[in-house]
Design a protein around this ligand. Structure first.
Ligand SMILES: [Zn+2]
Length: 151
């Protein structure tokens, strides 16, 4: 399952990527352009826009919730998605590219010193070159996901 999120759902797009779901995000406002993009890449459109025309061979899910955690719960429920912990943190939050492992020595000058000293595993985005590691941020994300599952 792949997704295309419309312009008002940028934060939700990041969350879906954290979960490892293939998610693009479009600032395009024209319905026709969004639909062509979704058809071409076989994506489900997720939007808060009630006026997107349905019935053109594209599935559209309209999100009603306003808060980010509630939106995430809503979409997982609507599409019966059960996040796979093994898939989490496998995509770049900014560009949706699949992350690749990178040798520790190679990130030495690119991450804060204390991070370099305390972390052993690093992954990087082949597109934007951002480097990720398992720090406190990931811990927070994991607890949010746990919360969602308890609903
Ligand atoms: Zn990236």
């Amino acid at each position: 399952m792949k997704f295309l999120l419309t312009k008002e759902l940028g934060r939700l797009a990041k969350w879906l990527r954290i979960l490892g779901l293939d998610t693009t995000y479009s600032k395009e406002a024209k319905a026709a352009t969004l639909i062509i993009e979704a058809l071409r890449e076989e994506r489900i459109i997720i939007t808060r826009n009630h006026r997107l025309p349905a019935g053109r061979g594209v599935r559209i899910v309209v999100i009603e919730q306003e808060k980010i955690k509630a939106q995430l719960a809503e979409i997982l429920e609507a599409l019966k998605i059960n996040p796979d912990p093994g898939q989490m943190f496998t995509r770049c939050i900014l560009c949706n590219e699949e992350l690749q492992a990178v040798e520790k020595e190679k990130v030495k000058d690119k991450v804060p010193e204390y991070v370099y000293k305390t972390q052993e595993e690093f992954i990087t985005c082949p597109k934007c070159r951002r480097i990720y590691w398992q720090g406190t941020h990931w811990g927070n994300v994991a607890s949010t996901i746990k919360e969602l599952k308890l609903r």
